[in-house]
Design a binder for this molecule. Sequence first.
Ligand SMILES: CC(=O)SCCNC(=O)CCNC(=O)[C@H](O)C(C)(C)COP(=O)(O)OP(=O)(O)OC[C@H]1O[C@@H](n2cnc3c(N)ncnc32)[C@H](O)[C@@H]1OP(=O)(O)O
Ligand SMILES: N[C@@H](CS)C(=O)N[C@H]1[C@@H](O[C@@H]2[C@H](O)[C@H](O)[C@@H](O)[C@H](O)[C@H]2O)O[C@H](CO)[C@@H](O)[C@@H]1O
Length: 310
Amino acid sequence: MTLEAVPSPLPPATASAITELARSAAQSDGVNPLSEHTLLHLEGEHPGDAHFLAYAGEPGSAELAGYGALGPDGSAELVVGPEYRRHGFGTALLRMLLDHGGSDLRVWAHGRLAGSDELAARLGLEVTRELYFLRRPAAPVPAAVWPDGVTLRTFVPGQDDTAWLAVNAAAFAHHAEQGNWTQADLADRFEQPWFDPAGFFLAVTADDTVAGFHWTKVHEDEGPEPFGEVYVVGVSPAHQGTGLGKALTLEGIRHLQEDRGLSSVVLYVDGTNTPAHTLYTALGFTTASLDVQFAPVTGVTPNSSSNSAS
Ligand SMILES: CC(=O)SCCNC(=O)CCNC(=O)[C@H](O)C(C)(C)COP(=O)(O)OP(=O)(O)OC[C@H]1O[C@@H](n2cnc3c(N)ncnc32)[C@H](O)[C@@H]1OP(=O)(O)O
Ligand SMILES: N[C@@H](CS)C(=O)N[C@H]1[C@@H](O[C@@H]2[C@H](O)[C@H](O)[C@@H](O)[C@H](O)[C@H]2O)O[C@H](CO)[C@@H](O)[C@@H]1O
């Protein structure tokens, strides 16, 4: 086993090898091991990002067996190729993430697959966050009932960026990632093949102030058939509790189901997000799977080399 820490930007060949590793794991596990953010950050320079590579065999003829990603905020992901599992690659990569991330480490286990809890416990980590993946099969979409004083339009790239970032930051002021999005995060997504302004809805007041939004996304090739996503719904605090979130959510579902002809719609929602969870459950979404994030047990100084591990 050879371990390597690589700063951003990654060599293109390494980024391609990581992408293939993630594809192989997703095919085997039925769950994507790396999030959109990590995949986007495989390309280009992202200061503060760190990449950890585990190779099987000797340098030169080695094959990429596993990969770990660590962001400047401590968020992390790791994946071991299906054919390399139960050989210690996961333990070695998690140790590297722990050594570099310290007490800020927050490592995802998408789908909470077999072994993730055991591996985490072995290195002194516990679940600190639950992210639910919900699905709504195609069904009649109730008509949206819009609060007085708002009208609906779609996002115009380059015109609405600043206003959207401000409402997104206000709506997600208490969210670990979403509230911190910047113009760079927007620009990254403008370049994605799935980006479609026709599916990015804004609710605006008479003076065109953004009161809320529903940004939808279509996943073309991540399953047996394309599916839609309630990518992110946000309502400015001043307009929350007025029915706007429900109306925006319904409009996006209608768009995905009727305009895009998709047979199911999914979404992610934090387990602590009662308002959103209540809304989506009322609209027919049910839990399909669970992602969890592990962090060092509070009050214990993480030191991966001292944790008992085989
Ligand atoms: C897939 C995702 O994007 S998940 C992330 C969702 N967005 C966020 O969490 C950002 C911060 N929160 C918000 O922007 C808003 O609170 C939203 C989007 C969750 C809800 O928008 P609002 O406009 O406040 O919701 P709206 O007034 O339409 O209420 C619709 C339903 O949501 C649920 N709901 C809304 N607020 C609450 C609350 N505080 N507690 C419990 N349920 C609530 C209820 O079922 C409500 O229906 P009801 O009023 O008939 O009981
Ligand atoms: N509803 C949104 C905004 S609050 C949400 O919870 N997003 C999560 C989610 O993002 C998804 C993830 O990046 C998938 O890889 C991608 O295919 C989806 O399109 C994204 O919605 O999970 C992330 C962790 O994996 C999390 O950081 C986001 O906040």
